[in-house]
Design a protein around this ligand. Structure first.
Ligand code: ITT
Length: 198
């Protein structure tokens, strides 16, 4: 029995593996499976997208546990955008840098009180093509006025945490893993799996 993380994002996988390292099961990603999956992330919510990622994998690998997560950045000032469009916010050929720059442009001149943002992670656990449980995690912060730092991925360079006086990209990965939206959701999963003796 293995724990398959239904992601192709190596940045995410690195973070997830660190959080789950105490579990006594092999943790692998889609990149290590012989079967290839093409997943359309066209759901309207993080939960819908997480279900879309997990189901096809769990249908093939029925005896393994499959975990999928969908995550993104929500900015109240932008009506909770980019949300489920976080990865492709700057359109065709989107990159992390272009996405960051687009957010900075949208918030140009916005006051501190309007710069509130939230990273949201929704995670689902599947077995035998059925949803076993879902977990959520959130991290609140502010959109910085410029990009800072090079650790992490995605919107980390513009996500500012007042408590640390740093962006998430200026924190070491160990630190991010203690507080991130993903860490919170995966710690709930870890606790669940340990309690179930998995
Ligand atoms: P998979 O679907 O293969 O898991 P993905 O890169 O498509 O990987 P998501 O759809 O869940 O991942 O994430 C959407 C985007 O949200 C992601 O590309 C980042 O831009 C942003 N994001 C998610 N988690 C983040 C984090 O911890 N730090 C910074 N940005 C993050």
């Amino acid at each position: 029995m293995r724990l398959i993380i239904a992601t192709k994002n190596e940045g995410k996988l690195r973070e997830i593996k660190k959080i789950l390292k105490k579990l006594d099961v092999p943790v692998i990603s889609l990149n290590q499976l012989s079967r290839k999956f093409r997943i359309r992330e066209d759901g309207k919510t993080f939960l819908e997208n997480a279900l879309k990622k997990a189901m096809p994998v769990s249908k093939v690998y029925r005896s393994d546990y499959v975990v999928a997560e969908d995550s993104g950045l929500e900015i109240k000032y932008l009506g909770a955008e980019p949300g489920v469009y976080s990865k492709r916010y700057s359109g065709r050929g989107a990159t992390d840098k272009k996405n960051n720059l687009k957010v900075l442009k949208e918030l140009k001149g916005a006051k501190k009180r309007d710069r509130g943002a939230c990273f949201h992670c929704c995670l689902v656990l599947f077995k035998d093509a059925k949803l076993v449980k879902s977990f959520d995690g959130k991290l609140r912060g502010l959109i910085n006025e410029e990009m800072r730092g090079s650790s992490g991925f995605g919107y980390d360079p513009i996500f500012y945490l007042s408590k640390y006086r740093k962006t998430v990209a200026q924190l070491p990965l160990e630190e991010k893993n203690k507080i991130s939206h993903r860490a919170k959701a995966f710690k709930k999963l870890r606790k669940y799996l340990i309690n179930k003796s998995i």
